[in-house]
Design a protein around this ligand. Structure first.
Ligand SMILES: [Fe+2]
Length: 306
C-alpha cells in the first residue's frame, strides 16, 4: 500500500477493489486555510481557480495524491475509492469547503462536464422524506438501481464523484457498486447480439436535456475489454428484443451476489470509473425527519486509456 504524508490509505472492508483514503485532520485543516483564500463564488465564475485549488491540494500531500487517484481510477482491477476526513466536523468542514474539496479532487484527474440539471459544473441536491420529482435520484424509499451516469448526454462521462455533504436521521441507503469483472453474467450479456445494437436514450424534464442520443449498452475500451453505458429509466426500447434484453439485464445486475455495499459517512466521496463500475443505492427506511444533501461531478479524464 502507498504511504503518503497526510493520508491513511487502506483497502475498504467491503472489497479489495475499493481503496479507502482518509485525510488526516491536521492536513485537511491546512487545506481549509488555503482554500479559504478563494470564495466559492469566484471558483464558480473563474474556471482557472478550480485548477489552482486542485494544485494547492496536491502540494499539501507532497504532490502525490494526484498520481494515486489517477492510477486507482484507471486501473481496471480497482477503478474506485472513497475519500474523506479522518474525523468529520461539519461546522469546520462546511458545505462551501466540501464543494471546494470535491473540485480539487476532480481537477486532479480531468475536467467536469457541464451539469444541465444544476446549470454549473457540479450539482447539489437534497433527498428527503417526500419527493415529487420525475426520476429515482431523489426518491429515498426506492432503491436506486445499478447504473452508469451520462447515458443520455452527448458528452463522454469517464468518471463520477459523488459526495455526501450532510445526512441526518437516515437508516439504510447503503451505497452499492458493481465491478463489471465481478458480474457473473458479463460474458453472456456481452455475447448477446442485442448488446451491440443502438438504443435510444432520452431523459425526463428535470434533467434539462432536450435531445435524445443513440448508443449500445456494451462496447469495448482501447484494450478490447468490455465497458457499459446503462441506466434502467432512460433507454427507450424500439423492439420486443430490446425491451426483453433490458429487463433481463436489469434483473441480472440487481441480483448479482458480488455487489460492494457500504455506508458512506458524511463528508466522504465515492470517486469511480464510469465505464466499468456501476453504482446505485439501497432504499432508506422511512423516517419523516430524514434529510441528506449530496453533490456530484462527472467528467472526462485529461488522458484516458478508454
Ligand atoms: Fe448515478
Amino acid at each position: 500500500m502507498n504511504s503518503v504524508t497526510g493520508l491513511h490509505i487502506s483497502h475498504h472492508p467491503a472489497s479489495e477493489r475499493l481503496l479507502d483514503i482518509k485525510i488526516k485532520n491536521d492536513y485537511l485543516d491546512k487545506v481549509k486555510d488555503l482554500f479559504d483564500q478563494n470564495e466559492l463564488l469566484d471558483i464558480e465564475y473563474k474556471p482557472f481557480l478550480r485548477f489552482h485549488i486542485s494544485d494547492i491540494f496536491n502540494k499539501v500531500f507532497d504532490g502525490k495524491i494526484k498520481d494515486i487517484i489517477n492510477k486507482t481510477l484507471q486501473d481496471r482491477d480497482q477503478g474506485a475509492f472513497i475519500v474523506g476526513p479522518e474525523h468529520m466536523d461539519s461546522n469546520k468542514y462546511d458545505t462551501d469547503f466540501l464543494v471546494k474539496l470535491s473540485t480539487a479532487l476532480t481537477h486532479l484527474v480531468g475536467t467536469p462536464n457541464f451539469d444541465a440539471m444544476a446549470g454549473k459544473f457540479y450539482a447539489r441536491f437534497e433527498v428527503k422524506h417526500t419527493d415529487n420529482s420525475d426520476s429515482y435520484l431523489r426518491k429515498a424509499y426506492k432503491k436506486l438501481d445499478l447504473h452508469t451516469d451520462g447515458t443520455y448526454v452527448k458528452e463522454k462521462t469517464d468518471w463520477l464523484l459523488m459526495m455526501k455533504m450532510k445526512e441526518e436521521n437516515a437508516n439504510g441507503g447503503e451505497s452499492v457498486l458493481l465491478h463489471l469483472d465481478d458480474w457473473e453474467d458479463l460474458d453472456t450479456f456481452t455475447k448477446d447480439p442485442v448488446a451491440k445494437e443502438n438504443f435510444i436514450w432520452g431523459s425526463p424534464k428535470s434533467k434539462n436535456i432536450d435531445y435524445k442520443i443513440e448508443h449500445p449498452v456494451f462496447s469495448k475500451d482501447k484494450e478490447g475489454r468490455p465497458i457499459i453505458s446503462y441506466i434502467d429509466q432512460f433507454p427507450e426500447p424500439t423492439s420486443l428484443e430490446q425491451g426483453l434484453f433490458l429487463n433481463k439485464l436489469s434483473n441480472s445486475l440487481e441480483n448479482s451476489i458480488n455487489h460492494i455495499a457500504f455506508k458512506l459517512p458524511p463528508g466522504y466521496s465515492i470517486f469511480s470509473n464510469n465505464h466499468f463500475l456501476l453504482h446505485g443505492r439501497r432504499a432508506f427506511q422511512s423516517s419523516p425527519n430524514m434529510s441528506r444533501e449530496l453533490l456530484r461531478q462527472r467528467g472526462v479524464f485529461y488522458s484516458s486509456k478508454l
